[in-house]
Structures are given as structure tokens and as C-alpha cells.
Design a protein around this ligand. Structure first.
Ligand code: ADP
Ligand code: MG
Length: 609
């Protein structure tokens, strides 16, 4: 863990301020781990923690089914769920995000968590609470699963009939060849980008839409088509895709682009050199070989070869750090302009780049065309944040937004189609009962129509069924999957909190465990101070602690409501919005809070007096 112990309050603001008021849609950050190591979302669910909205399973998806009364409450949640909680820790270890460019947080790789029938009810979100009487045992998530060797690790797993035909198809990294309900957007992109195939510069495009609305999938599809068509007609057109969540500074964006173009240029030069050397050796024997070429003599060919060799020599890859930015820029510029072509640069998650490093990159890219001699560039920006252009320099804003394409959320019916398409390839025939897809679609439609969430649910439900050796994926598996994804998200959010926030949260947990509910900031602060002293952490001011509580509220971990105390003014009443035992377990697994468990008796003594 490299994060500072001292939380920087402001660094979280960027992530949350611009998201809608009461709802912290960490889904806007969905497949993201912020480079400061704070993930606003687990990434697996692709959905936000909504402090107001109601995500309880019973309330919305009204999929007619006999099993409805079973609504996630019944006891047979005994499937083993792989939940590789520990596998995720490295996401935060180095603040680096590339391991997960496509947002697939695979927590299911290994490790087993029992979803057993328990009585713990937990609340997500404030306001209306979702009660799900499923006990997901985080202790086991966090512990290593080394106690399960006896029966032969793979025996049970192998004995079940496989449910999946090809699970990969349900992962976000899979690029579908068909994208139902995105025809309009794809056609619009194509209509704009076709200029590139005519050697003209396409307008810049800005694509907006919430996470899981198919932006990346559509953009990649279009770029593949564009490149293959350009090869077919032999027009020099290239597409470069950059995920700005991973490549999140101007230096890195420019360096990555420069190196990609250098690589391409080198390939072009090598091909050309091969041809020229062939020509030279034939011409050395018989100079009629030069007829019809641009060369009058073998010496001309030699000269040309020497030129190209020196060009190739000069092309120097940009190191990932260390150069001044203007040198990186000019290297990139020269690499792009090396020969004639139209280049489409796709900047996915462009809002993350702007949030992290401002709009300099976009400014520089958007004014390049006036200086390029041989080539032209066109920018396609993709943003999850509908309001991100508010932060742009007006010139950048107008240049970038020449064309805008909106990706609206999917409704439940559209999600059904998408799931149906994928499940046909992903599952064995008849592996799903008929209510599985509608229920996944209904749950995901509640999460702002997020196809990633829908696919995650379907995959997780399938895994649950597989691991419990069921023959079929059933509605109950979907409900378990929903609970599991929710819990994963809480675990992830809590895990990546800064230490100080963790201590504050732990204080609230201690209060609740001691029967003190709806605590106020003062009470939290007292316990917090005590804890800090016991574990030798810095003690922040009450004001800062209040801020941290507000952040926890925005993340949906606690619920803080302002209540009026009549003439005594107003105060905040704070309560926990997440399952207490699981959350505690996550906190205790943080080595920086290592001693905190021993401290509890001291704190508890307060209540006994
Ligand atoms: P975004 O970039 O908007 O966050 P993605 O393009 O990554 O969303 O889509 C999320 C997941 O949903 C991916 O696995 C993608 O393949 C799938 N998906 C989204 N839209 C569709 C669609 N119309 N048809 C099939 N799959 C889709
Ligand atoms: Mg995307």
C-alpha cells in the first residue's frame, strides 16, 4: 500500500463532486481504480453505490416467478463462491491501473466464500434500506482458503456438468461482433469517420454515456471496421485507442502515441528497405531493373537506402518518464507526420484524463492539424461523465465537441436482448431457466441500464450454479449473484478507504456494536480520537472528521442525516449503511489498523462506565 496515511480530503472531491447530488455514482468511475489508489467502485458490478436509490432486490425487478417469495431470503445460499478478495489488493498497491483496462475485476478466480444462510441483514444505501438475509462471509473472503485440500481440490468441481460453453464471452474484455441497440450510434460514428477513408479529416467526436452503455465496445467495433476497410482500399488511415484511465497524464498519452507511431513507421521503413535492397541487388547485375522506378542509378538507390536507415536510427522511443514534455510532444508530432495518413485517436475515459491532468493534452492535440504537413488527426473522446466539458478550455471544448453522440442507458428489454445474444454463446443449451435473463436485465436496468452489470450478474449467477453443482442456472442464483456483487463492492470501497477514514468508520462500527445508534459527529469524534491515540495515528480535527464522515456518506457506507433539534440547532445522525461484521473484517484486515482490534476493549470500557 502506498497511499498516504493522511487522507487528502480534496483528492476525493474530484471524484465525487460532479456526480449527481445525493447519488454517488461510483459507476461513473466504474472500471476504475483511481490512480491515487482509491477506487470509487469495485469495478465488478459496474454500478454505483447509491445513497438514496433503492437497490433492494424485492422492490423492483418484477419478474413473474413462483420463486419470487424466495426473494434472496431463503436459506439455500450455500453455493461456494469464489471471491478473490486478496487478489484484488494489488489494485491498490501501486496505484497503477493497467491490469484492468477493460474493467473486468475478476474476483471469481479463486478462493471460496460461503454464502450461507445466515441472519445478517445488511443495508445498502441510506434512506430506504435493502434487507437481504444472506450472510456473505467476508472473513473467508479475506482469509486464505488453505483449509480445503482434503477432498481433492478439483474433484467436486469436475463432477458437475459444466454450465458454461464459453465463459469468456461474458467478460467485459470480450468484444462482441454484434451490438444490439447501438445501431444509431455506430452508424453516426461511421458517417463521421468515413471521411478518413477519403483522405479527409473527420470531425472530432465526443461520445457521452454512463458506464456500461456500450461506448467502448461500439468505438472498438467501429475502429476495427475502419482499419480493415482502410486496408481493403489501401488508404492510409490508422486508429489508435488509448484508455485514459490507465494512461492518465499528458506525458504518458503523448509517449504512448509517439511510440505506437514510431513502431508503425519502423515497420513501414523496414518494408521499404527490404524492397529497396532487393531492387539494388537486381539492379547491380542488370540496371534495366531500375526502369520505371524513381531511381536513375544504383547510386540513387543507395542514397535512398542510406536516408531511410538514418531515419530509422533517429526514431527513438520515448521512455515512460524523464523527458521534458515538449520533447515528447515533438517526437510524437514528427512520428505522426512522418508520412501521409489520417489518424483517428480514440481517447476512452477522457474525463479521467482531464480530471487528473487538466486539458493540456486535448489542447495540444486539437491544434495539431494546423501544423502537420503530411498527416491529419481526428480525436474521438469518450466520456462517462456527462458534464466533463464544463472543465475544459472553451477552445478545446468547441474543437472536441464538433460532433457529439450520446449513448443512452439501456432499458430492461434492451438488456434482455444483449444478454440473450451473449448467453447463446456463453452457456450450454438450456442451461438457464427462463426467468434468469429477465431478472438479470431487471436488476441491471435499475442500475441505470448498465450492460456490464447485467453481464456480470449473468456470469456470476452461472458461476454460483456451477459451483453448487446445480444443473441449471436459476433465479435464486441471480439473486445470490446480486448480493455477492453488492458485497464485493462494499468490500472494495471499504478496503480502499484512506486510513483516517477507516478509523472514523471503525469508530462508527464500535458505537453501533455497543448499541449506540444514530450517533452524532461528536460521539464519533470522541471514539475516533481515542482509537488514534491507541494506535498512534495522527488525530485530525473534528472538522476534518466531519468531512470524512460526509465522504463516507457519499460513498454509501454510512448514512448521515441532518436532524433538527429544535432550538438546539441541527445535528447529524450517523448510521452504518453496510453490513457491520463484513465491514469490520475488511477494516481489521488492513495492517495499518493492525493493532486496532486490541484497542477495542479500551474503547469498550467507555461504554461500561
Ligand atoms: P462503456 O464503455 O459504455 O462503459 P462497454 O462498451 O464497456 O461500456 O460495455 C460494457 C459491457 O457490456 C461490455 O462487456 C460490452 O461488450 C457489453 N455491451 C454493451 N453494450 C452492448 C450491446 N449493445 N450489445 C452487446 N454487448 C454490449
Ligand atoms: Mg468504456
Amino acid at each position: 500500500m502506498t497511499r498516504d496515511d493522511e487522507p487528502e480530503h480534496s483528492s476525493n472531491d474530484g471524484g465525487t463532486d460532479d456526480r449527481s447530488e445525493a447519488t454517488v455514482n461510483s459507476d461513473e468511475n466504474n472500471d476504475s481504480t483511481r490512480s491515487d489508489g482509491r477506487s470509487s467502485d469495485s469495478g465488478s458490478g459496474g454500478s454505483g453505490i447509491e445513497s438514496e436509490s433503492d437497490t433492494e432486490p424485492e422492490s423492483a425487478p418484477t419478474v413473474p416467478s413462483a420463486a419470487d417469495d424466495d426473494g434472496g431470503k431463503s436459506g439455500d445460499h450455500d453455493g461456494d463462491i469464489g471471491q478473490d478478495a486478496s487478489g484484488d489488493t494489488d489494485r491498490n498497491a501501486d496505484g497503477d491501473t493497467d491490469r484492468n483496462a477493460d474493467g473486468d475485476t475478476d474476483r471469481n478466480a479463486d478462493g471460496d466464500t460461503d454464502l450461507d444462510a445466515g441472519g445478517t441483514s445488511f443495508d445498502f444505501g441510506s434512506g430506504s434500506r435493502s434487507r437481504t438475509d444472506v450472510d456473505l462471509d467476508v472473513d473467508e473472503v479475506l482469509a486464505d482458503e488453505d483449509d480445503e485440500a482434503s477432498t481433492g481440490l478439483f474433484d467436486d468441481l469436475l463432477s458437475g456438468e459444466p454450465i458454461f460453453e464459453n465463459k469468456e464471452v461474458l467478460r467485459p474484455s470480450y468484444t462482441p461482433h454484434e451490438l444490439p441497440h447501438r445501431k444509431d450510434q455506430i452508424n453516426k460514428m461511421a458517417t463521421i469517420l468515413v471521411s478518413a477513408l477519403r483522405g479527409e479529416t473527420p470531425s472530432n467526436i465526443l461520445i457521452y454515456g454512463k458506464t456500461g452503455t456500450g461506448k467502448t465496445a461500439s468505438a472498438k467495433f467501429v475502429s476495427q471496421e475502419l482499419e480493415s476497410t482502410s486496408q481493403k482500399y489501401d488508404v492510409p488511415c490508422e486508429v489508435e485507442y488509448i484508455n485514459c484511465e490507465v494512461t492518465d497524464t499528458q506525458y504518458r498519452v503523448l509517449a504512448q502515441l509517439a511510440n505506437k507511431f514510431i513502431e508503425k513507421n519502423e515497420r513501414v521503413i523496414d518494408d521499404r528497405l527490404d524492397d529497396l535492397r532487393d531492387l539494388r541487388s537486381t539492379a547491380a547485375d542488370d540496371d534495366r531493373a531500375l526502369e520505371g522506378t524513381e531511381f536513375a542509378s544504383v547510386a540513387d538507390v543507395d542514397e535512398r537506402i542510406a536516408d531511410l536507415e538514418s531515419d530509422r536510427e533517429e526514431m527513438q522511443e520515448v521512455p515512460m518518464t524523464g523527458w521534458p514534455t515538449d520533447r515528447v510532444y515533438s517526437t510524437f508530432f514528427d512520428a505522426v507526420d512522418y508520412h501521409e495518413r489520417v489518424v483517428v485517436i480514440m481517447l476512452d475515459e477522457i474525463d479521467k484524463l482531464v480530471e487528473k491532468s487538466g486539458d493540456d493534452t486535448l489542447y495540444n492535440l486539437s491544434r495539431m492539424n494546423s501544423e502537420l504537413t503530411n498527416s491529419r488527426i481526428s480525436i474521438m473522446g469518450i466520456s462517462n461523465d456527462l458534464k466533463f466539458t464544463d472543465f475544459l478550455d472553451p477552445r478545446v471544448k468547441s474543437s472536441l465537441g464538433e460532433e457529439e453522440i450520446v449513448f443512452p442507458p439501456y432499458d430492461a428489454n434492451q438488456l434482455r436482448d444483449i444478454l440473450q445474444h451473449r448467453s447463446d454463446i456463453a452457456f450450454k443449451p438450456d442451461a438457464l431457466t427462463e426467468d434468469v435473463i429477465p431478472l438479470c436485465a431487471a436488476f441491471a436496468a435499475q442500475e441505470h441500464g448498465d450492460a456490464r452489470r447485467a453481464l456480470d450478474l449473468l456470469r456470476t449467477a452461472g458461476e454460483l450454479a456451477e459451483r453448487s453443482q446445480a444443473d441449471l442456472v436459476e433465479e435464486a442464483h441471480v439473486r445470490q449473484a446480486q448480493d455477492k456483487i453488492e458485497l464485493d463492492r462494499v468490500v472494495e470501497v471499504v478496503r480502499t478507504l484512506p486510513t483516517q477514514s477507516k478509523i472514523v468508520l471503525f469508530s462508527i462500527i464500535l458505537l453501533e456494536q455497543n448499541g449506540v445508534h444514530n450517533v452524532n459527529t461528536g460521539e464519533v469524534f470522541n471514539i475516533y480520537k481515542r482509537l488514534c491515540e491507541e494506535i498512534d495515528a495522527d488525530v485530525l480535527t473534528q472538522r476534518r472528521v466531519t468531512d470524512l464522515i460526509s465522504e463516507l456518506d457519499m460513498l454509501g457506507i454510512v448514512n448521515a442525516v441532518v436532524v433538527s433539534k429544535g432550538r438546539y440547532g441541527r445535528t447529524k445522525e450517523i448510521s452504518l449503511s453496510v453490513p457491520i461484521d463484513e465491514t469490520e473484517a475488511v477494516l481489521l484486515s488492513d495492517s495499518r489498523l493492525g493493532d486496532i482490534e486490541d484497542v477495542q476493549p479500551f474503547v469498550q470500557a467507555r461504554f461500561d462506565n
